[in-house]
Design a protein around this ligand. Structure first.
Ligand code: F6R
Length: 607
């Protein structure tokens, strides 16, 4: 949440800051702002809403200077107003901030008692005022920052810029990620390597509690005890062009369409590209001595875990439990040294998932991360990280990351089955062949986009929509509902098909479309009965099935969509595509902001 950028450059910095903020806008778009130092003078511009509003403001009120900081906000403390927008300024300091200062109330009272009163409702301005008070008492910027950082509790990343100091930024990280970028006579600070990609690929990640004094000559990094810390510089290859829309109207559309390619890439990476696929997961991924897997994540990633629970249990006979990360560590889960804990996250920075990982570290046999960003905190802190290889995902609604997460989790379940002797090598090879068919099948599913766009025009009129699924399709019903509600703002719920009659059926009438995700599998007949129950109550059923399923279900459905036949186990991966397309086209029909839906952010780095 919230994106931070800082540049000590050799040219006018405002365009660079805005460009970097564009790449960080996925972290929040409630407001944006920049501050620069020009001829020793600190000044700032801030605008509410999307970054484009800040760009417009800068056309009328340009900001000169070769040093600057910028911010894109996802509001936590205080409404999205100009007053609450970053950078926050107090006297000679400006600050941008990601995260939450948990003790800000107490600090604010302390400030007020000494005559330092806030203008905004934010916890960030509290930090700026604390620095100002130190400086008013004679401290130099570095001394002031060092003293203030010690007083801050919570999880945050900060970057400071000072009046009269055109060659100085101070950056600090506790809980929220922050990277230093090395240029040629220029230096950068950014929330992630993506923001810094057009400027540099030479990155140093700050570690927990680190703070850094950055000048054009380089960065001096200190640890939480103020000792000089030597943090490695790494080359991070982020292809700047890959975050373009490539002719698509929205990133989400592009990312949905990319799925056959990225799934094929992931399968090739983990099973080899030859004629006969074989499992090639990293050696460290051993299920020897493991008697239970716990899968933890948030949102869409947690639904991927939910599907994987079915797989670990059905394919490998390995007990699996799932939890959403924000609940996991507070429910005092029973941990053991025979347990593998798997943390699934696209961004690898989700605060709750990271905290859950830290909760189990050293207490379980192995901590595995399934992540899209291989340099992320979750990847770095796990014993072993399996990248899902989806490529950068920009659309706030996760699509290709979900199916790539599923693919990697499917391979992990197969590995467990192989190691435990539940599947023979020949059976594993058969399952891998089935997985390899998925990219082709997904291409066929993508061709449903036009009929789906027609159905979506009707769905867009609904106030409530239900999704039903059985077995591993149940979590997909949850995911279909989440996708729809987050981008079209239509209320949607996912249910296990058999659960409908235990309450939710009371909602059914002609105005509530029911979307049934049901390939013709062993449980299909039961799902058809559930559909009949809906239709008998005037419910409008949209059935997604294969040709045999559509035929078996018979007439009566409001609409049907016919998908290619797929191995029942892997159906959630294939059926994710029409579920995503339904959400996408419904949002288009409603005219909502598909890539940046209201109130959301791509990377949730606060608890
Ligand atoms: C929904 C969505 C979110 C994320 C969740 C976890 O489309 O994208 O529900 O799945 O915030 O994020 P990551 O995977 O980055 O940990």
């Amino acid at each position: 949440m919230c994106g931070i950028i800082g540049v000590l450059g050799n040219h006018e910095v405002a365009p660079l800051l805005v460009e970097a903020l564009k790449r960080l806008e996925y972290r929040g778009y409630d407001s944006a702002g920049i501050a620069t130092v020009n001829n020793g003078k600190l000044d700032r511009r801030r605008a509410v809403g999307k970054l484009v509003n800040l760009s417009d403001l800068l056309v009328h009120e340009p900001l000169a200077g070769k040093s600057g900081i910028g911010h894109t906000r996802w509001a936590t403390h205080g409404a999205p107003t100009v007053k609450n927008a970053h950078p926050h300024r107090a006297g000679g300091v400006a600050v941008v901030h990601n995260g939450i200062i948990e003790n800000f109330r107490e600090l604010r009272e302390d400030l007020a008692a000494t005559g330092y009163v806030q203008e905004s409702e934010t916890d960030t301005e509290t930090v700026a005022l604390l620095i100002r008070r130190e400086m008013d008492q004679g401290a130099r910027p570095v001394q002031a920052a060092r003293a203030v950082l010690k007083r801050l509790q919570g999880a945050f990343a900060l970057c400071f810029l000072f009046d009269g100091e055109d060659d100085l930024m101070i950056a600090a990280r506790k809980g929220s990620p922050l990277a230093i970028g090395w240029g040629d006579g220029e230096m950068y600070v950014g929330s992630d390597a993506i923001a810094l990609a057009p400027m540099t690929d030479r990155i140093t990640y700050l570690e927990e509690g680190d703070w850094a004094v950055v000048t054009r000559k380089g960065a001096e990094i200190f640890d939480a005890e103020d000792r000089r810390a030597n943090r490695p510089e790494t080359r991070v290859a982020v292809n700047a062009t890959r975050i373009e829309k490539a002719g698509y109207k929205h990133f989400m559309a592009k990312e949905i369409a990319e799925q056959p390619v990225v799934i094929a890439d992931a399968l090739k990476h983990y099973t080899g590209g030859g004629a006969t696929p074989a499992l090639r997961l990293p050696e460290g991924l051993s299920f020897a001595g493991i008697d239970r897997v716990v899968l933890v994540a948030c949102g869409t990633a947690s639904y991927a875990c939910h599907v994987a629970k079915y797989w670990f249990e059905q394919i490998a006979g390995l007990p699996a439990e799932i939890d959403i990360a924000s609940e996991f560590r507070y429910r005092e889960p029973v941990l053991s040294d025979r347990m593998m804990a798997v943390f699934v996250s696209q961004s690898g920075e989700t605060a709750d998932t990271l905290a859950a990982l830290r909760h189990v570290k050293e207490k379980v046999a192995k901590v595995v991360a399934v992540v899209n960003v291989p340099t992320s905190s979750i990847a770095r802190e796990a014993d072993l990280a399996l990248p899902i290889l989806a490529g950068i995902e920009v659309g706030v609604a996760s699509t290709k990351a979900f199916t790539c997460q599923l693919t990697v989790l499917a391979l992990m379940a197969l590995q467990a089955a192989a190691e435990r002797g539940v599947l023979t090598p020949a059976q594993v090879a058969e399952r891998l062949e089935e997985l390899r068919a998925l990219p082709g099948l997904m291409n066929a599913a993508l061709s449903l986009s036009t009929p789906i766009s027609r159905i979506a025009k009707d769905l867009a009129k609904a106030q409530d929509i239900l999704f039903l699924g059985r077995g591993p399709m149940f979590p997909l019903a949850l995911e279909g509902a989440l996708k729809l509600k987050e981008i079209s703002y239509i209320h949607a719920e996912g249910y296990a098909s058999g659960e409908l009659k235990h309450g939710p059926i009371a909602l059914i009438d002609a105005a509530v479309p029911v979307i049934v995700l049901a390939p013709k599998d062993a449980l299909f007949d039961k799902t058809v009965s559930n559909m009949q129950e809906v239709m008998a109550r005037n419910g409008k059923v949209l059935l997604l099935s294969d040709a045999e399923g559509v035929e078996t279900a018979g007439p009566g459905a409001w609409k049907t969509l016919t998908l290619p036949e797929v191995a029942a186990l892997w159906a959630p991966i294939l059926y994710a595509v029409p579920a995503q397309l339904l959400a996408y086209h419904t949002a288009i029909a409603k005219g909502t902001d598909v890539d940046q839906p209201r109130n959301l952010a791509k990377s949730v780095t606060v608890e």
